[in-house]
Design a protein around this ligand. Structure first.
Ligand code: ZN
Length: 292
């Protein structure tokens, strides 16, 4: 299944994209809340209470409530996760372009959940912020509480996958001893368009991922090149930090970021950045100046 959240920002409703051979303009969403009033949103409670199983049943019901997809805004496919845990330098070629040091154990940092936006929403550059990069990443959404999980069992804790753009203020990232501020400005975390359930992605470690600015491709990688794979990461993190349903894990970005180029390519007002992960989805966000 492909889960979406649709509607105005802050008032999104949970939905499912109906698979069909129709062109994009004719796609339909299942309006989940119109059929199951108690499914308020795709949040921790939803994932923890057999939400995905219930959705599969809704899809089979005769009186399905559908809405046309065309012209409808999509939000982040997960509602306000408890945490967004990110991986620094988890592709060797990217580690070399960033500071030439290949990590020996995972480097974890986080983004504020308030940074989340939808897959076509504007990325707003704050006043005076000029060195901003996009980073395409495969995102993993946790489906059930994970505490001290074995690597061999780890993928059973995954609800599904999405595309995450780890937008970064490089100046703030390098100026502070800690990355949180540079990674967390409002709008600096486009997620979506879909949460693609795990059953549709038999091998998450064999997916192409790309980013382009105004049609020029900057990143072109493959999750086969992750230094620490998803199973290892879930085991490593859950050894000491409980992962909760709905938590998002951003697995790191491949080589090619704009700031590592000569001359550097930073996101500018008026740009469009497109991020894709094979089989998971495509996002395309305009970049704008802060209109305070
Ligand atoms: Zn990143």
């Amino acid at each position: 299944m492909k889960l979406i959240r649709f509607g105005a920002a802050g008032a999104e409703r949970p939905g499912i994209l109906l698979e069909s051979a129709e062109p994009e303009s004719k796609q339909m969403f299942l309006d989940v809340r119109a059929m199951a009033f108690d499914i308020e949103d795709y949040n921790e409670h939803f994932f923890a209470h057999f939400g995905l199983e219930r959705l599969a049943n809704l899809l089979r019901e005769p009186g399905r409530r559908l809405v046309p997809a065309e012209g409808v805004r999509l939000g982040s496919p997960v509602a306000r996760p408890g945490k967004i845990i990110c991986l620094g330098k988890n592709y060797a070629a990217h580690a070399r372009e960033f500071d030439a040091k290949i990590p020996e154990s995972p480097i974890l940092f986080s983004k504020a959940p308030t940074a989340l936006i939808g897959p076509a929403d504007p990325i707003i550059l704050p006043e005076g912020v000029t060195q901003v990069d996009g980073e395409v990443e495969l995102a993993v959404v946790i489906g059930k509480t994970a505490r001290r999980v074995a690597e061999s069992d780890a993928l059973n804790y995954v609800a599904g996958y999405s595309v995450l753009n780890d937008v970064t203020d490089r100046e703030a990232q390098r100026a502070a001893g800690q990355w949180f501020r540079g990674k967390s400005p409002d709008t600096f975390c486009p997620l979506g368009p879909f949460l693609v359930t795990r059953d549709e992605i038999p091998d998450p470690h064999r997916l192409k991922l790309t980013s382009s600015i105004n049609g020029r491709m900057l990143q072109n990688g493959n999750t086969a090149d992750l230094i620490f794979n998803i199973s290892f990461l879930i085991a490593f993190i859950s050894a000491t930090i409980t992962l909760q349903p709905g938590d998002v894990l951003a697995t790191g970005t491949p080589a090619g970021i704009g700031s590592a180029r000569t001359p550097p390519v930073y996101l500018q007002p008026g740009d469009r950045i497109e991020c894709t992960v094979e089989g998971i989805g495509r996002q395309n966000n305009p970049v704008m100046k802060n209109r305070s």
